[in-house]
Unconditional design. Structure first.
Length: 59
């Protein structure tokens, strides 16, 4: 898991890569956990790779 700190916000990123040996197929699953402020509950969202970069731009 990767942690990125932006002022008062913390973004935790978990990712997994699944590859099937019988095909040239792979799937990247990204789960983003973040706190909007230090006392809030952890928020979890599952995103695609494109959406993940959009989140980083807006974060």
């Amino acid at each position: 898991m990767t942690s990125v700190q932006f002022s008062e916000k913390t973004l935790l990123v978990s990712y997994s890569l699944v590859r099937r040996s019988d095909q040239s197929y792979f799937h990247i699953e990204i789960t983003v956990y973040y706190y909007s402020n230090p006392k809030s509950n952890l928020i979890e969202i599952r995103v695609t790779l494109d959406n993940f970069f959009a989140i980083l731009r807006d974060f």
